[in-house]
Design a protein around this ligand. Structure first.
Ligand code: ADP
Length: 746
């Protein structure tokens, strides 16, 4: 507390005067202040001061700065402030203490504030505001300017100037309220701004997160990621895989987006895909595509050290939806996927094609079928009518019936083949594997085809001289069916006096006791045009020249033959040209039987050597003679004939020793039968002639017949019709034993 005193003397005078009982206003009771010596001059000033204080417009009071806080003096204005009529009223209202002046709720803070201010003030001054309660109970605000002084005579005192501050306070309060309101508003605005900012920030963060997620999402499936901004024309790698990094120069640097086209595409993209990739990665195209959907793909090839790789590029919009600029480009190699896709696509395309083809084929099959059926049916109906009309004309009737029979045969053939095809298509037709002897098979084929060949004077020959293993496992019926079809066609499409050869060649022995065989059916017929060869296996296809020529056919035989061959694992090939004959061939592989009954190599040689000699065929029946000669000549033998036993004996007698290698002798013949003739020949003087191999060729197949033949001196007894393989086998066996006699010339 500052001990400095401001005009103490005057204040002390004033206080002293105030304490003089006679003085106005009177001093407090019990105050025992020791009055200073007052000189008259000072007393006069003090009195003037008191009067002045009394009349001051503002409140003024003096009180003891001790616990009592007793008021020493309060001017009239104080009475007014408290709405007291008299000083006594004021004293009663306030208890004549400073404590009584201050509104009780404010007192503690006010006293504390005063003493704090005084302790810090250089001049012991303080300023406080507080409420007071007036006599009428109303509350007013006052401002209090206090000054602490210490008097030697009267102790510590405060003198205080008080003014009514209610209006000022109100003003202040309203100003504060306004300010507060403004502040609150401003605070509110600020809060709103912050909230908006936070919201935006959150959105931005979310957007960033979304982009990151997109990029990271891409990173999972795509090896390399590039980020590009089309607006600012820049592109930069975000992540590069070791496999593709070199394509992007391995540098994580920002480039112009133009680099992509000028460098990347130009260097890496397959020339055939370049144009497409240029177009699909141009900024305008990207913008257009990404305005339609968030992402799009592009598949293309790149050339990496001459190796073609399939790449999938995925472009994703990671920026604004309405303004496409920020994009991410993901790359990954999709070689396997694309390859699989391409294979699948091809498979689907093939399936579709074959489905379409199947529909077309079925339709044309049905329309061809109905057309082809109508022709013989019309003939049957027409000739039936004619037959009825000429029922009493036997010759004409027979002619019509013949024609009806032929047309019915054609119809039957057609229906049979059509059924066979549809059966093959709709059933799970399996290839059976049974024991089969190729020689026997050939013989059967020969037998089937021979009558037609004979009718046209076509030389039909079999050649299986290059077959080492005849005993095989195969589907006998299917193989026969194919060969009969081919050989039948060969005869059908070959003019009279032509040649048809059926040749089997064993190509190679395969592991696991398998061997492959080539089957060739060759003719010297009309041949086939190059254009038609492409369609020859399609159902109902017939070349014009064959239809115009009136040769009956269905156009189904080769379809069946081809299907069957394929089932057995082969593929029919055609080699032909118009006028130069045709050769149909296919190769099949068969499992060999364990104990093949093959003629030995010597036997094959023997037969080959026999071909240098004549065979004397002794036969009285002209037709048989022709057929048998045909067969033998077809096999490559030179044939001479004799119409009975006697003629045969004559020819042998007249022959040179090695002129004939074999006699095939019929048994029952006019003039001289076969056995008689044999006996005569065996009795000839020239050993080479007497021991000539003689084989009976008879319609009789009883054991007794065989025995009689052998007893007559024959080497073997075979039955008609000629079983070519058996004949060859027999010949070879006999010739082997006669070798010595022929001086090894056979
Ligand atoms: P088809 O003989 O009953 O007409 P195919 O399916 O067997 O039916 O033969 C189809 C067509 O192929 C024949 O009509 C004919 O034009 C031609 N073709 C078949 N084999 C021969 C062949 N050996 N020589 C000439 N043309 C042939």
């Amino acid at each position: 507390m500052n001990e400095q005193k401001l005009n103490p003397t005057l204040m002390e005078y004033i206080i002293a005067l105030l304490n003089i009982p006679s003085a106005e206003p009177g001093p407090k009771e019990g105050t025992e202040a020791e009055a200073p010596d007052i000189n008259p001059q000072s007393a006069k000033i003090a009195c003037q001061m008191i009067r002045f204080m009394d009349e001051m417009p503002g409140g003024f009071f003096i009180y003891h700065a001790d616990d009592t806080e007793e008021i020493i003096y309060a001017n009239k204005a104080m009475q007014r402030i408290f709405m007291c009529d008299t000083y006594e009223d004021f004293q009663e209202l306030t208890g004549n203490t400073f404590k009584g002046i201050v509104y009780p709720e404010d007192l503690e803070d006010v006293e504390k504030s005063i003493w704090e201010q005084i302790s810090h003030s250089k001049y012991d001054l303080d300023y406080v505001e507080y409420r007071i309660m007036r006599k009428d109970g109303s509350i007013r605000w006052v401002e209090d300017y206090g000054h602490f002084i210490h008097s030697e005579a009267f102790g510590d005192i405060f003198y205080v100037f008080v003014g009514d501050a209610t209006e000022k306070k109100k003003r202040h309060l309203s100003e504060q309220t306004v300010l507060l309101r403004e502040n609150t508003m401003r605070e509110e605005q600020l809060k709103n701004l912050i909230a908006e900012y936070n919201k935006e920030r959150k959105q931005i963060n979310q957007e960033h997160l979304r982009r990151l997620e997109v990029i990271e999402g891409l990173s999972v499936n795509y090896e390399s990621i590039l980020y590009a901004d089309l607006d600012t024309d820049r592109i930069m790698p975000y992540r590069l895989s070791y496999r593709t990094a070199h394509q992007f120069d391995e540098i994580h640097q920002i480039r112009s987006f133009k680099w992509y086209a000028s460098d990347y595409i130009k260097t890496w993209v397959h020339p055939e895909d370049c144009k497409r990739v240029y177009k699909s990665t141009s900024p305008s195209y990207i913008r257009e595509k990404l305005s339609e959907s968030k992402t799009y793909y592009l598949n293309y090839r790149i050339v990496n050290k001459k190796d073609t790789q399939y790449i999938q590029l995925r472009i994703v919009n990671v920026g604004n939806k309405d303004h496409i600029s920020q994009i991410v480009m993901g790359y990954r190699r999709v070689d396997d996927e694309i390859r699989r896709e391409m294979e699948q696509k091809q498979m689907l395309e093939e399936a579709l094609n074959s489905a379409n083809l199947a529909i077309v084929a079925k339709n044309s099959f049905l329309s061809n079928m109905s057309h082809d059926m109508r022709t013989p049916l019309n003939a049957i109906l027409g000739y039936t009518l004619l037959a009825k009309k000429h029922i009493f004309d036997k010759t004409a009737l027979l002619g019509y019936l013949d024609k009806i029979e032929a047309s019915s045969g054609q119809l039957l053939d057609l229906i049979g083949k059509a059924l066979e095809i549809s059966w093959m298509e709709s059933n799970d037709v399996r290839v059976a594997e049974g024991e089969c002897n190729l020689r026997t098979l050939m013989q059967e084929i020969y037998r089937d085809i021979f009558p037609q060949a004979f009718e046209k004077n076509i030389s039909l020959s079999l050649d299986f001289s290059h077959v080492k293993h005849c005993d095989i496992y195969c589907d006998h019926d299917k193989l026969k069916q194919v060969l009969v079809h081919l050989a039948g066609n060969a005869v059908k499409y070959t003019q009279n006096d032509g040649n048809v050869d059926i040749i089997i060649t064993e190509l190679e022995k395969l592991p696991n006791n398998y061997a492959s065989y080539q089957f060739v059916v060759k003719d010297t017929g009309i041949g086939i045009s190059k254009d038609f060869i492409d369609h020859i296996f399609e159902p109902f296809e017939r070349e014009k020249n064959t239809t115009f020529s009136g040769i009956h056919g269905t156009g189904l035989g080769l379809t069946i033959a081809k299907n069957l061959t394929e089932m057995m694992g082969g593929n029919i090939k055609v080699d032909s040209s118009p006028g130069n004959g045709s050769a149909f061939s296919f190769i099949l592989r068969f499992r060999l039987q364990d104990v093949p009954l093959q003629p030995s190599g010597n036997a094959a040689n023997t037969i080959a050597q026999l071909m240098n000699h004549k065979i004397l065929l002794v036969e009285d029946n002209e037709i048989n003679m022709e057929i048998e000669s045909e067969i033998l000549e077809g096999l490559g033998f030179l044939v001479d004939t004799a119409e009975n036993g006697l003629a045969a004996v004559e020819k042998i007698k007249r022959s040179a020793p090695e002129e004939y290698g074999l006699v095939l002798m019929d048994i029952q013949m006019p003039i001289m039968d076969g056995r008689q003739a044999t006996k005569i020949i065996r009795g000839l003087d020239t050993p080479a002639l007497a021991h000539i191999p003689i084989v009976a060729l008879s319609a009789n197949a009883f054991e007794s017949d065989k025995r009689l033949s052998i007893e007559s001196g024959m080497d073997a007894h075979l039955t008609k019709p000629i079983d070519v393989p058996l004949l060859l086998e027999t010949i070879s066996r006999i010739l082997q034993t006669h070798k010595v006699l022929f001086n090894d010339s056979l």
